[in-house]
Ligand binder design. Sequence first.
Ligand SMILES: *Cc1c(COP(=O)(O)O)cnc(C)c1O
Length: 233
Amino acid sequence: MIAGNFKILEDKILAACKSAGRNRSEIILIGVSKNNTISAIKEALNIGIRDFGENKAQELRDKCLLFEGDFNWHFVGHLQTNKVKYVIEPAEYIHSVDSSKLADEINFRAGKINKRQKILFEVNTSEEDSKYGLTKEDEVFKLADYCSGKENLEICGLMTMAPYTDDEVVIKKSFEKLNSLKGKLVTRGFNLRHLSMGMTNDFELAIREGATMIRIGTALFGHRDYNKSWKEE
Ligand SMILES: *Cc1c(COP(=O)(O)O)cnc(C)c1O
């Protein structure tokens, strides 16, 4: 099933790249494997997926022990300071940095294992107060300045979740906001490579608006069954 989903998904990604005049190689497909089983992830590895996203710290901590090989884990969910210790070893990227307190803890934990942790700042571009992330541009500038002095942090980009809606105008606005903010940070001297935006419902739009990382769960692994644990095969 995953192989079939992957083929359909890749065709859509390629078509979106083509219509946006972009190269497929500019975009990293992150298979969001949260709540998905070990065998599902193995299947995805077998067909060549090399980036996986998790949103629960303990799930990543436990899952990552069951795999080895040359691929990356991304932590994409909200991260509590007291759980940084669980993700600091496996996470190639942490997408959800949204406070100086969290940044401090990541810097501290990364320092302890001699790591330079790649981070993205999570931005709430949707003007909904239910979501995590920084809301104001000024807050992002401040946090970026704050983190730029930290030895064990590498600022790599920005992440957002668009509002859950069918209204393409609203979604587009959210992605444009993130892209424009990236531009402003680049002007301020930050060498940002990544825009992490686009999920199953909106990745084509995200590609058009400049995404370099798309985070796809459902379109790849199928619907998540939260009545079942990832530990059940
Ligand atoms: C679950 C999740 C995704 C993937 O969602 P789908 O709609 O299933 O593709 C992407 N990003 C984050 C932060 C998530 O928690």
